[in-house]
Design a protein around this ligand. Structure first.
Ligand code: ADP
Length: 538
């Protein structure tokens, strides 16, 4: 509101207008006069006036009508009606239509001034109240924007995901066309996430050398930088925005505990200014995003440190578990080879043959063990390649049948795999290895002459389930999970000596899981075991 309140006096009595005008001016008001309704309307349209003093009987329009017209133009005008003694009824009607007060003519100037003062005070309170309500609404809006940004960044610890969610939220809630975040060290910044940019602008921005000029400047600031009109400049970053059709932009330095992390930016296709309140909001959003970015970075650092520790533990575990397994066949090979190489000893043909055969089979064992270790490390590093192609499991069984028959020569092998199973997307060779491994285990853990069965069936056409059952030693219930852990072995009274390193089942399960399937065990000691795995059908 102006310091000097503006008052319009409307009366067809020009003498009265003159007197009233000079009294009001003498009291420090800015007084304006109009001799008719029309004139009053055009004055009000030209300027806001705080108070309108209206004669109730004007030549061109009834005072009450003029009152309504003026209040329509600006409902905040404080109207004081002037009535003759006879028109009190009209005055009451005016109050009903929104007039602040009415005064009877002839006017008592003191009374007029006191009514004006009261009215202006009321008007001041109303306007102040409205300003506060507007401010409150604006604060509420800003708080809810900040809340939604902080909720969206709190949803994840994954940096790209945080930036995706936050930038989308920022663009929507601040009604801007694009938003982005560049992060970096020593002012060498790279575009880490964006929302709303067309692919061509995004590509262009990715290839801009950003360790200079505009972004670098924003990075060095402590407060948001607003560019209301992007000028045609040689600066590559701004030029790229301009080519993308953006007219205004804002950059917010991202800082956390005094450390500079990067820059968040906004861009709009139409010219856009940011009020001081909005700039404050941008700062607060910048702080939220900086915290989330730092948390994600710390989490990533902690995770990779944890992964390294796990890797180290795995290496120690492998060394502890495997060196012995490797040494046994190696010692045998070395022993037999050294014997054969002794110059002063000559072996007869059968002895010589058996030494060489042992060397050969121990070398195979060593080879198998190394294969298993390599497979394990591929599984651990999640880099095991599985070439999935549609297959019928009956074909896979056919391809390994010869091998299965060979290993079960002292057992009774039954294969019951129907041809009409749904197809499965599998790496045929690897699934063949899994089945062979399960059958080899069954052989090792059951006495000669017992039955080993391989079956396959479908589960509502959604999965194919393959099972290998034996009538062997069985496994106690408390070991049903443990048995799939790497290097886990159970003492086996049936086998003469340990043959593996406790990796077979762990590898089998890893291969099945790499196909989206699952492996489990049903077993009872003394009765037998049934290892099953499922593969989703195509
Ligand atoms: P390995 O390669 O040393 O045989 P596995 O991971 O294949 O290791 O098996 C882990 C343990 O589970 C072995 O010690 C073995 O005794 C036991 N096991 C595997 N299959 C069977 C089975 N069909 N019946 C009883 N025990 C079994």
């Amino acid at each position: 509101m102006n310091d000097k309140a503006r008052i319009l006096v409307v009366d067809d009595d020009t003498g009265f207008l003159q007197v009233a005008g000079s009294i009001l001016r003498a009291k420090g008001y800015e007084a304006d006069t109009a001799a008719s309704g029309d004139e009053a309307v055009s004055r009000i349209k030209e300027h806001f006036c705080n108070v309108a003093i209206l004669d109730i009987s004007l030549p061109d329009i009834a005072g009450t009508e003029l009152l309504s017209t003026l209040l329509n133009i600006n409902p905040d005008i404080l109207a004081i009606m002037l009535t003759g003694h006879s028109s009190v009824q009209n005055a009451v009607q005016s109050l009903n239509r929104g007039a602040f007060a009415y005064l009877e003519k002839p006017l008592d100037p003191e009374q007029l001034l006191s009514v004006i003062n009261r009215g202006l005070e009321k008007q001041r309170l109303v306007l102040e109240n409205r300003r506060l309500v507007e401010e409150l609404k604006q604060r509420n809006r800003e708080t809810s924007i900040l809340l939604s940004v902080s909720q969206s960044v709190a949803q994840s610890l994954d940096l790209p995901q945080i930036l995706d969610l936050a930038l989308k939220e920022v663009a929507h809630s601040l009604d801007v066309d694009a938003s982005y975040v560049c992060l970096g060290e020593n002012s060498h910044l790279t575009l880490e996430g964006y929302y709303g940019f067309t692919e061509s602008v995004a590509q262009e921005m990715k290839h801009i050398e950003v360790d200079h000029a505009a972004l670098s400047y924003i990075f060095q600031q402590t407060e948001p930088v607003i560019i209301e009109k992007i000028a045609d400049s040689g600066e590559p970053f701004l030029a790229s925005l301009s080519r993308g059709g953006y007219q205004s932009c804002a950059g917010i330095p991202l800082m956390m505990a005094g450390e500079r992390l990067g820059v968040m930016g906004l861009a709009t296709r139409s010219e856009r200014s940011f009020s001081p309140g909005e700039v404050e909001l941008l700062e607060a959003i910048g702080r939220e995003i900086a915290i989330a970015v730092r948390n994600a970075q710390l989490y990533e650092e902690a995770s990779s440190a944890k992964a390294l520790r796990e890797l180290d533990a795995l290496r120690t575990e492998i060394l502890a578990n495997v060196s012995h397994e490797l040494r046994t066949p190696l010692a045998a090979i070395k022993g037999f080879a050294s014997s054969l190489l002794q110059p002063d000893v000559s072996f007869d043909e059968p002895t010589w043959q058996s030494f060489v055969q042992t060397i050969d089979s121990e070398a195979d064992k060593l080879n198998g063990l190394i294969e298993e270790l390599l497979m394990m490390s591929r599984l651990e590093a999640r880099v095991l390649e599985v070439k999935k192609e549609p297959h019928n499991l009956a074909d896979i069984l056919e391809s390994v049948r010869g091998r299965l028959v060979n290993v079960t020569v002292r057992h009774r092998l039954q294969i019951a795999v129907p041809r009409d199973l749904p197809e499965v997307a599998i790496d045929g060779a690897r699934i063949g290895e899994v089945i062979t491994n399960l059958v080899e285990n069954a052989v090792k853990c059951s006495t000669e002459g017992t039955e080993i069965t391989v079956t396959a069936d479908t589960n509502n056409d959604e999965q194919v389930v393959v099972s290998v059952s034996d009538e062997g030693i069985g496994i106690p219930a408390e070991l049903h999970q443990k048995i799939f852990d790497r290097f886990y072995q159970v003492s086996n009274p049936v086998a003469e000596r340990k043959s593996g390193a406790g990796l077979g089942l762990c590898i089998c399960r890893g291969i099945v899981e790499a196909h989206g399937g699952r492996m489990w065990l049903e077993s009872e000691p003394g009765i037998g075991s049934k290892f099953s795995f499922s593969i989703p059908s195509v």
